[in-house]
Ligand binder design. Structure first.
Ligand code: F6P
Length: 422
């Protein structure tokens, strides 16, 4: 099997662990391995050198570590190394190359800090929200670029949009390959070899917004990052006896806000799938916070998910909450938007362990895939790695967003997490 891995959509801690696991598991299973830089955009641009409309600024040079010392130190006789198979030896430029053949040592140091290698968060192979891959022409170019390299299996790590794109790509694949043959772009032999595309999805999203899996890759680290920020805010809030309204990420999903609220003893939390019960909610919030203050609390913490709304779907902004707290309760209130600090930084332990196990499972699923099996999303349920038909998981996730739009919050919550609802 000739296997490529890409990361797509918003980055998340743990994506590097995914790439490492897929590459290493692939090599151990006898596959040839590639990474695709800049998400689907890299597939569309390929290695042709043909200039395309620049959707993105030119990609940065991939940060390549001089790992000769580590290579010898770590693997002794080098028996596991695939020297010469990779495209990434230190110092080689990757300009204009998006689909890059990699070997074992190219992903060394992508999981853990070791010797002189600094562990990075985010995704070292780059990510993008590709517009061109959303077009039929873009997907045809992507397929052509893959076939040129001989790639017949793809692991995509991204959110629900990226995984939907993967499934669309797979379902269109036979037609695309037929078109490429008709256009004379691929040979009869290539056409026969590439009749079937193997795809597996891993969910990279800090929001933990995918149904049918307990945790998405990057969510535990983002939660940890938020907790660190809340600890810092706590001390200044207590010193001044102030209120803080903290905006955290989560356009459709309140997982980060809710769990950060639990972890920090917040006074009130606003999440998209469960707006405040009472109308007007301002009364409910103020009554609760006043009660906490009356009990002697010197600080007030209110956490607002970025997609929070009231029951009528009117957005609840951190600035507005601040106004309410200042005007009604006379609290000296500040707003802190944590923004992208939540997405960055080193992955926590869970965001190294789960992505590694899921990456290995993705390779297994691809090796077992037939034209009849569905594309799988690799997830986890009650501490076990699971394979879930990708489109089922995406459809359930989209049903949550639809339920919110229809103000059916009970349905949204039960689809989101049936057990949490209880
Ligand atoms: O989906 C992940 C996420 O971090 C959301 O929580 C947030 O709304 C969005 O990405 C931000 O996207 P961008 O980095 O493109 O501004």
């Amino acid at each position: 099997m000739k296997l490529a891995v890409l990361t797509s959509g918003g980055d998340s801690a743990g994506m590097n662990a995914v790439v490492r696991a897929v590459v290493k598991a692939g090599i151990l299973q006898g596959c040839e391995t590639w990474v695709v830089r800049e998400g689907y955009e890299g597939l569309v641009r390929g290695n042709t050198g043909v200039e395309q409309e620049p959707v993105l600024p030119p990609p940065p040079e991939v940060h390549i570590k001089d790992d000769n010392f580590l290579k010898n130190f770590r693997f002794g006789d080098g028996s596991l190394l695939k020297d010469g198979t990779g495209d990434l030896p230190s110092g080689r430029t990757l300009k204009g190359r998006y689909i890059v053949r990699v070997g074992w040592d190219d992903v060394m140091g992508w999981l853990t800090e070791m010797m002189n290698v600094v562990l990075e968060g985010g995704t070292l192979i780059g990510t993008a929200r590709s517009k061109s891959f959303r077009t039929a022409e873009g997907r045809i170019a992507a397929a052509y670029n893959m076939i040129k390299e001989g790639i017949d299996a793809l692991v995509v790590c991204g959110g629900d949009g990226s995984l939907t794109g993967a499934d669309v790509f797979r379902s269109e694949w036979p037609k695309i390959v037929g078109t490429l043959r008709e256009q004379g772009k691929i040979t009869e032999e290539q056409y026969k070899l590439h009749g079937h595309l193997r795809i597996a999805g891993l969910v990279g999203s800090i929001d933990n917004d995918m149904s049918m899996t307990d945790l998405t890759i990057g969510a535990p680290t983002a939660l940890h990052r938020i907790c660190e920020s809340l600890d810092s805010i706590n001390s200044t809030a207590i010193s001044h006896s102030r209120a803080f309204v903290i905006e955290v990420m989560g356009r459709h999903c309140g997982w980060l806000a809710l769990l950060a609220g639990l972890a920090s003893g917040a006074d009130f939390v606003f999440i998209p799938e469960c707006p405040p019960e009472t109308n007007p909610w301002e009364d409910e919030m103020c009554a609760k916070i006043q009660r906490h203050r009356d009990m002697g609390k010197r600080k007030t913490l209110v956490i607002v998910a970025e997609g929070a709304c009231d029951k009528e779907l009117k957005p609840i902004s951190a600035e507005y909450v601040k106004e309410v707290l200042s005007e009604r309760l006379g609290l000296d209130t500040r707003v802190t938007t944590l923004g992208h600090t939540q997405r960055g930084g080193k992955p926590c332990a869970l965001d190294r362990i789960w992505p590694t196990l899921q990456g290995i499972e993705a390779v297994k699923a691809l090796l077992e895939a037939t034209p009849e099996t569905p594309s799988y999303m690799i997830g986890m349920c009650e501490n076990k790695i699971t394979r879930i038909p990708l489109m089922e998981a995406v459809a359930t996730t989209q049903a949550v967003n639809q339920a919110i739009k229809e103000k059916d919050f009970a349905k949204a919550m039960s689809l989101r997490d049936p057990e949490f609802c209880d």
